[in-house]
Design a protein around this ligand. Structure first.
Ligand SMILES: C[S@@+](CC[C@H](N)C(=O)[O-])C[C@H]1O[C@@H](n2cnc3c(N)ncnc32)[C@H](O)[C@@H]1O
Length: 331
């Protein structure tokens, strides 16, 4: 029964499991399928003939669109080579919104331009009804002196106090580098990538489905953000690892009731509509120059409460006015 799949990872072939999922029942679907690059998965042949691979992809892409609600979104992560094929399939059954370029370098291949990004296709089931929230990421700063990396010339007063709106090029989320943060899986995605996708396209309680769940990154992100999740995964060992991780996680990726994605005491992604509410709890610089070297957003060690509390002041109201009228740095 469909309800048995909610808030768990189910072991099995996604095409079979999809049959139990009703039409228009899921808020977002996110897929990170095998790339057919001869990766060493436990249970998957990652070396199909081109025609076989594309035929198989068409089947699960169609299922993703079928189960997604009219207000929902479909996300597909892959290398550009395969995404060019996927757009041909998806353009017929859903509506293109974005090709997100995720800056994530790979090892040198020779005799080719160095591949330095993955793509995430972002499709709406119905453009008019599509749920979407603008999101922000923090200004890039020097780790030591906290100075802003970018030179904004004389226009600093127009800066958003927290950071720019997220564009369709994501350079601030990195692949998992250290083995101690990795599961026994050849291509685990970083949690913050999924948290960003979920924050911009869903609300609390919405259902997120990942048909190639791996070691459960999407489910974990959904749970941390108070969403419901459905994961399908062929390999029993990856299912076991996922369940172990998800069980101990709580829906607590929030500050004062506001859902955010954070890492190492810094917010990674924040919804634009939540900034005004959240800014009451952060230090807002008094003079324009201070924006350069004061940690505007810093979280406490236990990640639950902000470190610096100061009341919303007149200067910050002025900053927000500038942002609305000029909005020069956002895109
Ligand atoms: C690229 S990995 C996904 C990694 C995942 N995003 C994570 O962060 O852990 C693809 C996964 O799909 C699984 N898989 C392959 N074929 C499948 C199928 N037919 N049904 C369900 N899962 C499948 C593989 O076992 C593998 O774990």
């Amino acid at each position: 029964m469909f309800s048995d799949y909610v808030n768990t990872i189910t072991q099995g072939d996604c095409l079979k499991l999809f049959q139990d999922v009703p039409d228009n029942s899921i808020d977002i679907t996110f897929a990170d399928p095998p790339f057919n690059l001869k990766k060493k998965y436990n249970s998957t042949n990652d070396s199909l003939l081109l025609i076989e691979y594309l035929k198989w992809c068409e089947c699960w892409l169609s299922e993703m669109v079928r189960v997604t609600k009219p207000s929902g979104s479909i996300f597909v992560h892959n290398i550009p080579k395969w995404l060019t094929h996927f757009t041909g399939i998806l353009n017929k059954i859903a509506h293109f919104r974005h090709w997100i370029s995720w800056d994530a370098p790979t090892s040198p291949m020779g005799k080719t331009l160095q591949p330095a990004h993955y793509g995430i296709l972002f499709y709406a089931k119905d453009l008019k009804q599509n749920k979407f929230y603008e999101i922000r990421y923090p200004h890039k700063r020097c780790r030591k002196c906290n100075y802003l990396h970018k030179d904004y010339g004389g226009k600093k007063s127009g800066l958003h106090p927290f950071g720019p709106l997220v564009s369709d090029v994501w350079t601030d989320i990195h692949r998992i580098k250290h083995n101690k943060y990795r599961d026994e899986h050849p291509c685990q995605l970083p949690l913050h990538l999924l948290e960003r996708v979920i924050l911009m396209s869903t609300d609390k309680g919405d259902v997120v489905l990942d048909p190639f769940s791996g070691t459960g990154t999407t489910a974990l992100a959904a749970k941390r953000l108070g969403r419901q999740y459905i994961g399908f995964e062929l390999d029993p060992e990856y299912v076991r690892i996922s369940k172990e991780k998800i069980e101990t996680e709580l829906p607590n990726s929030q500050i004062n009731g506001i859902w955010v994605s954070y890492f190492l005491e810094q917010i990674v992604t924040l919804r634009d509509i939540d900034w005004i509410r959240l800014s009451n709890y952060f230090f807002i610089p008094r003079q324009t120059e201070e924006i350069d070297h004061i940690p505007i957003v810093e979280l406490s060690k236990n990640y639950k409460a902000p470190l610096i509390r100061k009341p919303f002041n007149r200067f910050s109201e002025h900053l927000f006015e500038n942002v609305e009228s000029e909005n020069i740095f956002d895109n």
